[in-house]
Design a protein around this ligand. Structure first.
Ligand code: CU
Length: 150
């Protein structure tokens, strides 16, 4: 009954029916595979499977460091335009190790490790934003990728 009253109140206040229900940040999550690594020629890379995001769409960045050294990913300006639902780490058997919630701008991923970053873009970008590795020399070696929010 309370839900019906709330929906009716929303309809009256906004002048149109309320259509959104539940936790939008957890619905229809699109996986984005992000690989961190080094080339044989001394270069380094960040390879996302998607570089254009949509506001209101939930994503899970599956950040996999295939390298033998750690990397530190900073979302920079992109990170100011997203809502982070959580960051989740599982062990090799798929058991939960930890979930971290709140505003997050950078994340270190150890060699051979994978971290899931659940986010929802909330603001568009006029131009692509640089996502970088913050370790000394890694941007210069190629660890930079441009991401945009449409
Ligand atoms: Cu790096």
């Amino acid at each position: 009954m309370k839900h019906i009253l709330n929906a009716a109140a929303a309809t009256i206040c906004l002048g149109f029916p309320a259509v959104a229900e539940g936790d939008l940040s957890a619905m229809n999550v699109i996986d984005v595979m992000v690989e961190l690594g080094s080339d044989n020629d001394g270069g380094m890379y960040i390879k996302p499977s998607i570089t254009e995001f949509e506001t209101g769409q939930a994503y899970r960045l599956v950040i996999h460091n295939v390298d033998v050294i750690k990397h530190e990913i900073a979302l920079n300006g992109f990170g100011e335009r997203i809502f982070t639902r959580k960051i989740q780490v599982d062990d090799a058997d798929g058991n939960l190790v930890t979930e971290v919630k709140g505003t997050i701008r950078e994340i270190e991923v150890g060699p051979g490790m994978t971290v899931d970053w659940y986010l929802v873009p909330v603001q568009t970008t006029d131009e692509a934003m640089e996502v970088t590795c913050e370790l000394p020399g890694h941007v210069e070696a190629g660890m930079m990728v441009e991401m945009a929010i449409r």
